[in-house]
Design a binder for this molecule. Structure first.
Ligand code: NAD
Length: 298
């Protein structure tokens, strides 16, 4: 049995944010203006409000311009799309992010389709998803991009590794699998209909869990030495006088430590990488739009 080491996503994300800040400073020197990220929040979902607040803070901290647009819960879809189109045309805006989920009367696919793919820093537009699938330069969704950075930092070359991605959502599982394929891994995508998941996971050198089920992946499912990236964020029921239950991932962390070579904790693993990668994508969008070279170290 190996004693797993912790993959410190918080520290890696802090380093990435610092490198983005360095690129922002150079960009401002050359262009005379700041890269700009516009975030649209519809309604009053408390979790979304927290995410949008964190994104704004992080954007300003690296020296970028943050444009926030808050729309009421009952905003007509056409008004939201009109705002997206206005931001597409706004030269001060390099990246556009529409915070999901949107209220049920709005078709999120139609809204995402309205974003200029060159400003789609979330990487959700079908043009970017398609480019990723065919191996062209694309904006890649921030969470899987962050997972890949952590994996490469841990392992270097991923070529030939057996990777199992659990979950097939458009924002995490599918792009994660595409990225790993792009790194020459042998990729298996597992999902809710997969049979004998434990057996599938046991073959993996790399496990990425993106399910949303607390501690579903057990320690004895893991091959000794496997590298485990836990994307899941699940809140347990409060215990023993706790006001809020603990946050846990999709992997039974304490058990996994006895088998994994390395593992991301929850919190402090993948979570901080998501915002850092959003800033990274915005910096890349701004550089492309200004006709500058790809920033170094990002
Ligand atoms: P989703 O609900 O869209 O997708 C979940 C996937 O899990 C589905 O593809 C489904 O097939 C699969 N699944 C469900 N039950 C399963 C089972 N029993 N066995 C195997 N697969 C099963 O979720 P998502 O948006 O991809 O997010 C997944 C998790 O990651 C959630 O906990 C979410 O909160 C978290 N998340 C974290 C970050 C971050 O920044 N750390 C970002 C995005 C999502």
């Amino acid at each position: 049995m190996s004693a797993g080491t912790l993959i410190d996503g918080k520290a890696f994300a802090a380093g990435l944010r610092q490198r983005v800040a360095g690129s922002v400073a150079k960009f401002v020197d050359v262009t005379g203006h700041k890269p700009g990220l516009a975030v649209i929040l519809v309604g009053n979902d408390p979790a979304s409000q927290v995410y949008v607040g964190s994104k704004k803070k992080a954007t300003v901290e690296v020296g970028m311009e943050s444009f926030e647009h808050r729309l009421p819960e009952d905003v007509p879809q056409s008004d939201l799309i009109t705002l997206v189109e206005r931001l597409n045309a706004d030269t001060a805006v390099d990246g556009i992010l529409v915070q999901l989920p949107l209220p049920s009367h709005i078709d999120d696919k139609a809204v995402i389709a309205a974003i200029d793919p060159a400003k789609d820093v979330d990487g959700f537009h079908v043009v970017n998803a398609g480019r990723l699938a065919v191996g062209e330069e694309a904006f890649v969704p921030c969470t899987p991009l962050g997972c890949l950075m952590l994996l490469k930092d841990q392992l270097g070359d991923l070529s030939g590794k057996n990777a199992v991605v659990i979950g097939r959502s458009n924002i995490v599982g599918k792009p994660m699998a595409q990225l790993l394929l792009g790194e020459n891994c042998t990729v298996t995508i597992a999902h809710s209909r997969t049979q004998d998941l434990a057996d599938v996971v046991r073959r993996a050198d790399i496990v990425v869990a993106a399910v949303g089920r607390a501690e579903m992946v057990r320690g004895d499912w893991l091959k000794d030495g496997a590298i485990v990236i836990d994307v899941g964020i699940n809140r347990l029921a409060p215990e023993g006088g706790e006001a809020k239950g603990r946050l846990v991932g999709d992997v039974a962390f304490d058990e996994a430590l006895g088998h994994a070579g390395a593992i991301t904790p929850v919190p402090g693993g993948v979570g901080p990488m998501t915002i850092a990668c959003l800033l990274r994508n915005t910096m890349v969008a701004a550089s492309r739009r200004a006709g500058l070279a790809m920033p170094e170290g990002l």
